[in-house]
Ligand binder design. Structure first.
Ligand code: DON
Length: 573
């Protein structure tokens, strides 16, 4: 009897070791303890660019296993939630823009929502002061997460079973991966904040600090991902995971309820589509301002001979900055969740309206933001994010930008769940005129209301040439996102820059308020001088964006380029 029992135990052990080897096969093939990374690949069959080499490798492994671009994008997003916990997420939200061979253009909105108990003035204290500390950190700053619902909604366009797409993420969480020196420094930098906003133990807090080569194992996260694998979206929005989220809320002043989680739905939207110099550009509609801002900026510079001005000249930077300024002024007044507020999209993207907006453009000098107010329309119609770009050789392309908002979001890890919750509530206008963490201001259109989605700047974009995917692009960077996508596209479509130069060369940004041009360190001094003479204030800042791009070459191959501003990596085959 006893020996039978031992045999039984041994067979269980053997079976479970086979199972773990089997389930671990994709991950073993990408060597999580000793992996390579590349900034650029030319590929024939498919390519993935994301913020982390292991996530890009997971995406390509899924393509190789017979998945299409959607399958690869889902697997990459889930892997990012493990290997890039500062931004990759299941506790946040985002947007997907896709071009499917069969279904055409698609857009999926998995943006977080304000909880049912949220209210317009929830971040204003009893003395009337706006409390960005409440909207940016800790339990009260979290919106109801959308990423898991978004991935399941996207999966209808995929081919492989969801279990197969989530398994690499589970394995990376369960068996771990080696962290780099930069990642160790990144985690160390946040230790105090993790301690401040967590009462339950979390793997991210390490008393003696993180070091290069340390293994990050996330058992709680692996278990959460297994519940999602086994129960679908309900494995997150109901049952144990939902209970853990609500229990975490109750440890402090959080307000997300079981009902909020159960009611969360991702939404299929109609992509915002416009034409630019013969290309069709598809972007995200409300509640992201990204697609509309890109349309406004590109339409405002169209027919103004920007090609002749040349890349990074005083004239071209001036023209682009003035378009950025005017588009962002409109963002402040008109943009918000269109399910709650009538956003006059057709009016503010109308070419004569935009020509009118540019009437005050003076080729010789800056237009002060005090002169530029949001446009007048007659309503005729009813610091951490991450981007991934994926393409396959079946005519499908996927562009996803996803975020926790600030680095590590609220900094609160769901106790027992192992994942960070977002601090996306700060993207609402918490009080008219009070800047959010990206300096963006807003009013009624983006005021808080229960169940409403906060306005975003995320700009996952696909450019089509002859109705086929040509460029798949996007970036993190808060309000700089639309301006970076704008500049990268103009760099390629107008200035004819190589894909690498289009991404790597110095970037700039204007968002109406504050009235200044933000520039990267590498922005040339001569240009700073000439722009200052025109009346601009120049403000140097840290890197702008981490753009991930895939361009289809004339011979049909895919040129995938990852930004050199981070660990980002391009993979393909
Ligand atoms: O949705 C938005 O616009 C912001 N929550 C994005 C945040 C972001 O890009 C932070 N990354 N650097």
């Amino acid at each position: 009897m006893k020996s039978n029992y031992i045999l039984f135990l041994l067979s269980i052990l053997f079976m479970s070791s086979c199972q773990s080897q089997k389930s671990n096969s994709v991950v073993e093939s990408i060597h999580p303890f000793n992996y390579t990374s590349s900034k650029k690949v030319i590929a024939e069959k498919g390519a993935v660019v994301s913020a982390h080499p292991l996530a890009s490798k997971v995406g390509v492994a899924i393509l190789k296993a017979g998945g299409n671009a959607v399958d690869a994008a889902i697997a990459t997003q889930l892997a990012l939630a493990v290997v890039y916990p500062g931004a990759g997420n299941i506790g946040g939200g985002g947007f997907l823009v896709g071009k499917m061979k069969k279904e055409g253009l698609i857009a999926i909105d998995f943006r977080e929502k304000a909880p049912g108990a949220a209210s317009r003035d929830m971040y204003i204290d009893k003395d009337g002061n706006p409390r960005t500390d409440w909207s940016q950190h800790g339990h009260l700053s979290s919106g109801v997460p959308g990423s898991v619902a978004g991935m399941f909604m996207a999966h209808q366009y995929g081919r492989l079973p969801f279990e197969k797409l989530i398994q690499p993420a589970i394995d990376l969480a369960e068996f771990g991966f080696a962290i780099t020196e930069d990642e160790a420094a990144y985690f160390n930098n946040y230790q105090e904040r993790f301690k401040k906003y967590n009462t339950e133990p979390t793997v991210f807090i390490k008393e003696n600090g993180w070091h290069k080569g340390d293994t990050l194992i996330q058992k709680d996260l692996a278990n959460t991902l297994k519940r999602i694998r086994d129960k679908g979206a309900a494995g997150f929005y109901e049952g144990k995971t939902a209970d853990l989220i609500v229990a975490e809320m109750k440890r402090s002043n959080g307000i997300i309820s079981l009902e909020d989680l159960k009611n969360y739905k991702a939404k299929q939207r109609k992509p915002h589509v416009f034409q630019y110099e013969g290309y069709t550009i598809a972007g995200m509609p409300m509640p992201s301002s990204g697609g509309v801002l890109l349309d406004q900026m590109m339409t405002m510079i169209a027919n103004r001979q920007i090609k002749e001005m040349g890349f990074l000249t005083t004239a071209s930077v001036h023209l682009m900055v003035e378009a950025e300024r005017r588009a962002f002024a409109d963002r402040t007044k008109f943009m918000g969740d269109a399910d709650f507020y009538k956003v006059p999209v057709a009016a503010i993207t109308d070419s004569s309206y935009l020509a009118e907006r540019m009437k005050s453009f003076d080729p010789e000098k800056a237009t002060p933001s005090t002169v530029i107010q949001p446009g007048i329309v007659t309503q005729k119609e009813s610091d951490e994010t991450t981007h991934l770009s994926v393409i396959d050789n079946e005519g499908n392309a996927i562009s996803i930008t996803t975020t926790l908002n600030g680095s590590f979001g609220s900094k609160t890890v769901v106790g027992g769940g192992g994942f960070f919750l977002n601090d996306e509530m700060d993207d609402f206008s918490i009080k008219p005129g009070v800047p959010n963490m990206f300096g963006a201001v807003g009013g009624d259109a983006n005021a808080i209301a229960p169940g409403k989605r906060m306005l975003s700047s995320m700009t996952p974009t696909i450019v089509l040439k002859n109705n086929e995917p040509y460029i798949v692009v996007g970036t993190p960077g808060g309000t700089t996102i639309p301006t970076q996508v704008f500049e990268t596209l103009v760099n390629i479509l107008d200035f004819g820059l190589s894909t690498e130069d289009a991404v790597y060369k110095p970037k700039f940004h204007h968002q109406w308020l504050p009235d200044r041009i933000d520039v990267e360190k590498s922005f040339p001094q001569t240009l700073r001088d000439s722009l200052t003479k025109m009346g601009y204030t120049i403000h140097e800042r840290s890197d702008i964006g981490r753009t991930e791009i895939i361009k289809v070459l004339p011979d049909g191959k895919f040129e995938a380029v990852a930004d050199n501003r981070g660990h980002d990596a391009a993979e393909g085959y």
